[in-house]
Design a protein around this ligand. Structure first.
Ligand code: FAD
Ligand code: SF4
Ligand code: FES
Length: 797
């Protein structure tokens, strides 16, 4: 929480606030910004830092009331708190002694150009400041700008102060008079920055502008802030916010800024926002039936099961072959689910979980193999027959604890792990019958333990005194933290977003993984003593080197693969084109589907999702739940090559997703207002296998057609976020930008730095990321202890 220390109204609808944020204040440089969220249902918005006071630990923001969030912010007073302030973000302004620098600020932009002018002045530049507003009452920061300027000019539209007209006229006059100008900085409304850039271009006069587009995370994870610079997509939050003004596509920027401008009030954009035609809160939709309640009382129905359980002892004592015959008689227990027609009207979880009777019955199908292949198929080596036996015996809590010996997040893994490709794929029962439902059983006991408030905190060893920093609070970081704390180390997780959990909170939807479950797993780590600092973007708030210098003995980097990819086809910057990361983050982390939350999202009737992995299926099923009537999954290969989990494909089919296999998008079409109006595609056929072993898709001549959609979600994969490598220059990365680390020890080339999960392997799975986190914990333990040994040996010499 961040306390407001000072607040004043400095012009009509314009406020200055000083906020207590010592860490940001100590790091902030001119040109940087913060992401701010006022309260839990609030939207995340970017605001430039207008100043900072390191002595008092405050930052200054100046903002104009333009929407709901800034209105809410303006209603706060001294002594009130803001929930989240993240930063400093973005590249700082490059300051040097250029010679003569012109600083132009328009409207609120005066406050934003002010720190730049101050830094340029301090660096010895001859600063010419031109500030402008519609009238004299809207002029801000006059005194401050005057004190950091060698020449100071004012322009007002109505002539109420200074020159009547636009600041561009003053700049033109300076150029006409032959004034030697080395650089121009322009900050303000887009038309002002565009006009300044147009004016200076023929003179080849270097012009820097600061862009402030729509943002969600501010860390490069969503791609919502993308702009077109020199015809190439750039993310303002990580590549900017400052750019060469001559290369910016201002028309596109203006159009993208209008995405949520109407929020449902403009009939031409009526399907944007929660008051749109196709959106109704789940409870208001016709035909809504709540999912069946599932009993979690172990005592029910035990008599029948106890009879069945007798079979277990005979199976375990007899040969596996004989047991298999017996167990084959019990069918695999199907988990109850919400009916498709109901579930596409809500965000509640689709499968409802086993009852205790079902769990015991399923457990009885396990042969208790002497050489359990399932364990070999499990990336974290859970004692699978061991926990299943305990379920069959009815000791669900003991079963949960057995799993937790190896896996700290069983409720998560039981829901999202691809068991069909891991433990269940090699289960012996599966050779003749359907394999034992290991994942469903894992989920059952984890839920049982949690819903019975039976989660216990194990006794921890004596503290070792070693401190380990974990960068990233996704499955890799959480697993690593869980292991290290149990080894007696002091552990702090630094997480860039306002919630820990990584993809589990921002990516995987509520209907597949309820966020309360992730929260309770994170809470468990807190109970164990793990410290979790949210809103901490390592590389910005502090670097990996600074963590090591500031008392951490080792650092684990588990920052994931969060950089969204686009297809580089025409039309990707149209409104209504989302990366899956942005779409899912708005819905999952920022709860855009919930009417109590302010985060907007485009809710359209016809949606195309491009890709066919889990991310694509999550996006497509989310679009259905947001009210879309037609959701197309567009994939250039065939169903057989779909990388998504079988369960997810099956659920998507049941819910009415329309699959367009062997289809490749080639162009996104837009209407006159810059919104998506269609997706041009070409049919594909499969040729010879490519280097991945899959048959290469080849376009079919003259097969182009247009899919009528108004929203497109790109789910074609994610790359590694470059922030940590770019701020840790001696950390080795491969040609794709993944950190190079030993897959067994998670050691990087940098002393004391370990890495694992998606940032090393590329986008993979939850359980593989957790496995890496566990391996890293073991190596870190060895490493910090060896440091102690070598220190002791050197002092004995
Ligand atoms: C929509 C979606 C659905 C998926 N479905 C499945 C599934 O069903 N089954 C499955 O097994 N896998 C699934 N996956 C893949 C799986 O979620 C990932 O492989 C896994 O989460 C990787 O874990 P991680 O800890 O390496 O990274 P992440 O989960 O990405 O976590 C990384 C964390 O680091 C934080 N971070 C990044 N940079 C910084 C920084 N500089 N400072 C501080 N913090 C930082 C991020 O904010 C994030 O919280 C899915 C992925 C997505 C996107
Ligand atoms: S789950 Fe399958 S492979 Fe594992 S012990 Fe049971 S029957 Fe054997
Ligand atoms: S706000 Fe820039 S990528 Fe998300």
């Amino acid at each position: 929480m961040f306390k407001i220390i000072e607040k004043s109204k400095i012009a009509e609808s314009t406020f200055l606030m000083k906020i207590e944020a010592p860490k940001i204040a100590s790091k902030r440089k001119p040109g940087q910004f913060v992401m701010l969220r006022v309260d839990e249902p609030g939207e995340r918005i970017p605001l430039t830092i207008a100043g900072s006071d390191t002595k008092n630990g405050t930052i200054t923001i100046i903002f104009q009331v333009v929407g709901d969030t800034t209105r809410q912010l303006s209603g706060l007073n001294v002594g009130d708190y803001i929930l989240d302030v993240v930063g400093p973000l973005g590249h700082p302004t490059h300051i040097e002694n250029y010679g003569t620098a012109v600083c132009i600020g328009g409207g609120l932009g005066i406050a934003l150009v002010m720190p730049i002018a101050q830094a340029l002045y301090a660096a010895g530049n001859h600063v010419i400041s031109v500030i402008s507003a519609r009238n004299k009452d809207l002029l801000i920061c006059e005194k401050e700008m005057l004190t950091c300027s060698n020449e100071f000019m004012i322009a007002t539209d109505d002539g109420s102060k200074g020159t009547k007209g636009f600041p561009t006229q003053i700049l033109q006059d300076l150029i006409n008079k032959g004034k030697k100008i080395d650089i121009v900085f322009a900050v303000g409304p887009v038309p002002l920055m565009a006009a300044v850039s147009r004016l200076t271009k023929p003179y080849n006069l270097k012009t820097i502008v600061s862009l402030n587009p729509i943002m969600v995370d501010g860390t490069g994870m969503c791609g919502g802030c993308r702009v077109s610079i020199d015809n190439k997509p750039k993310f303002v939050c990580v590549d900017g916010p400052e750019f060469d003004g001559h290369l910016v596509d201002y028309d596109n920027l203006v159009q993208r800024l209008k995405t949520y401008a109407s929020n449902g009030k403009d009939p031409s954009l009526q399907s944007v926002g929660k008051d749109s035609v196709c959106w109704k809160p789940p409870e208001d939709r016709a035909g809504m039936v709540h999912k069946p309640a599932v009993s979690m009382h172990a005592a029910e129905g035990h008599a029948v099961i106890d009879q069945l359980a007798e079979g277990l002892s005979s199976a375990t004592t007899g040969t596996e072959k004989a047991g298999a015959k017996k167990m084959g008689a019990i069918p695999r227990q199907k988990m109850p689910e919400q009916e498709p027609a109901n579930r596409i009207r809500n965000f509640e979880e689709v499968p409802c979980g086993y009852t205790p009777e079902m769990a015991r019955q399923e457990a009885l199908r396990c042969l208790q193999c002497k050489k359990p292949l399932c364990c070999e198929g499990c990336p974290v080596s859970i004692d699978i027959p061991g926990f299943i036996k305990l379920i069959a015996e009815g000791d669900f809590l003991a079963a949960a604890r057995k799993i937790k010996e190896k896996n700290a997040l069983p409720a998560v893994c039981g829901r999202v792990c691809p068991q069909e490709d891991q433990c269940e794929k090699v289960c012996i029962v599966g050779k003749k019958f359907k394999p034992v439902a290991i994942g469903n059983l894992e989920r059952f006991v984890a839920d049982y333990e949690r819903t019975h408030n039976a989660v216990t905190v194990p006794k921890l060893p004596k503290k070792t005194g070693y401190r380990v920093a974990i960068v990233g609070g996704g499955p890799a970081g959480l697993a690593c933290a869980g292991e290290l704390i149990k080894m007696g180390h002091d552990v702090t997780i630094f997480e860039a977003l306002h919630k820990a959990g990584g993809v589990l909170v921002y990516g995987i939807p509520e209907f597949r993984l309820p966020k309360a479950i992730v929260e309770s797993e994170v809470e468990y780590l807190r109970k164990l003593g793990v410290k979790i600092e949210v809103n901490a973007v390592v590389g910005k708030s502090q670097t990996v080197d600074e963590l090591l210098q500031n008392g951490f003995d080792a650092v684990f980097v588990g920052t994931g693969a969060g950089l969204p990819m686009f297809m580089a086809i025409p039309g990707e910057n149209l409104n209504g084109v989302y990366s899956a990361n942005e779409y899912l983050t708005r819905v999952n982390l920022m709860k855009a589907y919930n009417t109590k939350y302010s985060t907007p999202i485009a809710m359209r009737k016809n949606v195309a999702v491009i890709g066919a992995g889990n991310v694509a299926m999550d996006s497509a099923r989310t679009a259905l739940r947001l009210g879309a009537e037609n959701v197309y999954v567009v994939y250039r290969r065939s169903r057989d090559e779909m990388p998504a989990r079988v369960d997810e494909i099956h659920h998507g089919e049941e819910e009415g997703l329309q699959f367009k296999f062997l289809t490749n998008p080639i162009k996104i079409l837009g209407d006159e207002k810059g919104w998506v109006s269609g997706l041009e595609c070409v049919k594909m056929e499969l040729g010879e296998p490519d280097e991945s072993g899959r048959r290469r898709p080849i376009p079919v001549k003259n097969s182009e057609f247009v899919l009528n959609v108004e929203c497109i979600i790109m789910s074609i994969g994610n790359g590694p976020n470059p922030l940590i490598p770019s701020t840790t220059p001696d950390l080795q990365v491969n040609k794709w930008g993944n950190i190079v680390a030993d897959l067994e020890t998670c050691k990087t080339n940098k002393e004391g730095v370990f890495a694992g999960g998606d940032i090393v392997t590329g986008a993979a799975t939850v359980i593989l990321a957790m496995g890496a986190g566990k391996k890293a914990a073991k190596s870190i333990d060895d490493y910090v202890k060896s440091k102690k040994t070598s220190a002791t040996m050197s002092c004995c010499k």
